[in-house]
Ligand binder design. Structure first.
Ligand SMILES: NC(=O)c1ccc[n+]([C@@H]2O[C@H](COP(=O)([O-])OP(=O)(O)OC[C@H]3O[C@@H](n4cnc5c(N)ncnc54)[C@H](OP(=O)(O)O)[C@@H]3O)[C@@H](O)[C@H]2O)c1
Length: 346
């Protein structure tokens, strides 16, 4: 396993991070623990969660993922051996997140309440990387490549960062990160931290995969100039890039079969692009899932690529991909396919 520096911190994270959003829904506690055991044994030192997990988010399951991580940390006495990343929701209609039933926001009260609840579920007194799951300002997230301006107010970035600064001073969080952010948002956080002496953003967790390389159009420059690490999520396009849904297949137990909420991979040129990448992998005798993960993990700006699995076989395949090197012919073919179908599934 390769290790890379997280932002400008002194922390080294593994090139692969274990995503946990299936724990408590598609995966039981025992399965989650087995995944964490295997991942840790393979050198993965960072686990990614969120207060809203597991997915799909529901009031009756919310928090289960962090609780499963918490029992693992306790039973394995592993708190000082791994890094825990989790997230506070942004502006949301999920009214079940807060005790008073108010809609989730990144106000001072909501962030403090969310951190305390995550710490309790994780059975720890500190979170290594605390991420803003998506922006608090009115924004279209999880769909579309273009910026759509929505009118309305959000909590000012300086105020949000100020609360995170208090939590860092209290030792409850070590580093702060963004997720589903734009270049404007990332630079505004960085400027505020410099001017106000508040914590510096270490990372940004955005989708990044063969059919969504939108990080490369603006945010990658921020990685190089400001050292904000990308934690790349959905390297398999939620499973599509493994080829499992080719030809309209619906494998039993898979995320699409169970929840049918993956429309972003079925619009426009998405299906053609996915088929092209699956065929490309097979042409070179590669497993399509491994090619997709190896591609993401080998990008210089992808400090850690967040994999997710629902079976141990998947997990073994995916972790092995982290050590693969794609040859020049494969990379050239990938570039050609990208030029033919640029970012069809943002
Ligand atoms: N910040 C955010 O907004 C955000 C959003 C999404 C994810 N994330 C993070 O990123 C992590 C990973 O995201 P993701 O689950 O979307 O990643 P992904 O790698 O794109 O998809 C993982 C899913 O694909 C299927 N799969 C995995 N390996 C496979 C293989 N070798 N062959 C066939 N199918 C395979 C499994 O689902 P099935 O078995 O159900 O098919 C697995 O759960 C999450 O756990 C979470 O920590 C963050």
């Amino acid at each position: 396993m390769d290790y890379r520096q997280l932002g400008r911190t002194d922390v080294q994270v593994s090139a692969l991070c274990l995503g946990t959003m299936t724990f408590g829904q598609q995966n039981s506690e025992a399965e989650g623990h087995a995944q964490m055991d295997y991942a840790a044994a393979q050198g993965i030192n960072i686990f990614d969660a969120a207060e809203i997990y597991p997915v799909p988010p529901k009031p009756e399951t919310q928090g289960r993922t962090e609780s499963i991580i918490g029992t693992w940390l306790q039973q394995r006495r592993a708190r000082d051996k791994v890094l825990i990343a989790t997230k506070v929701a942004g502006r949301t209609k999920m009214h079940w997140l807060r005790k008073d039933g108010s809609l989730g926001r990144q106000s001072r009260a909501h962030i403090v309440e969310a951190v305390e609840a995550s710490l309790a579920r994780l059975k720890t007194d500190y979170i290594d990387l605390y991420q803003l799951h998506w922006p608090d300002r009115p924004m279209r997230v999880f769909e579309g490549l273009d910026y759509v301006h929505l009118v309305g107010d959000g909590h000012p970035i300086e105020e949000i960062l100020g609360v995170l600064g208090e939590l860092v001073r209290q030792g409850k969080i070590r580093f702060v990160g963004l997720s589903n952010e734009t270049p404007w948002g990332t630079m505004t956080f960085l400027n505020a931290s410099e001017i106000l002496g508040l914590p510096r953003i270490a990372s940004i967790q955005n989708a990044y995969n063969l059919v969504n390389r939108s990080f490369e159009t603006g945010l990658s420059e921020i990685f190089y100039r400001e050292q904000v690490s990308l934690l790349a999520y959905s390297p398999l396009g939620q499973g599509y890039l493994s080829g499992k849904y080719e030809g309209g297949a619906l494998p039993s137990g898979s995320r699409k079969t169970l929840f049918n909420r993956l429309g972003r991979y079925e619009i426009g040129n998405g299906p053609q692009a996915i088929s092209a990448y699956v065929a490309l992998a097979r042409k070179y005798g590669l497993d399509p899932a491994q090619m997709a993960i190896a591609f993401a993990a080998s990008r210089p700006f992808a400090t850690s690529t967040i994999i997710g699995a629902t079976t141990m076989d998947q997990l073994k395949t995916d972790i092995a991909a982290g050590a693969m090197t794609l040859n020049d012919a494969v990379l050239a073919d990938i570039e050609n396919t990208h030029l033919t179908f640029p970012n069809p599934c943002p």
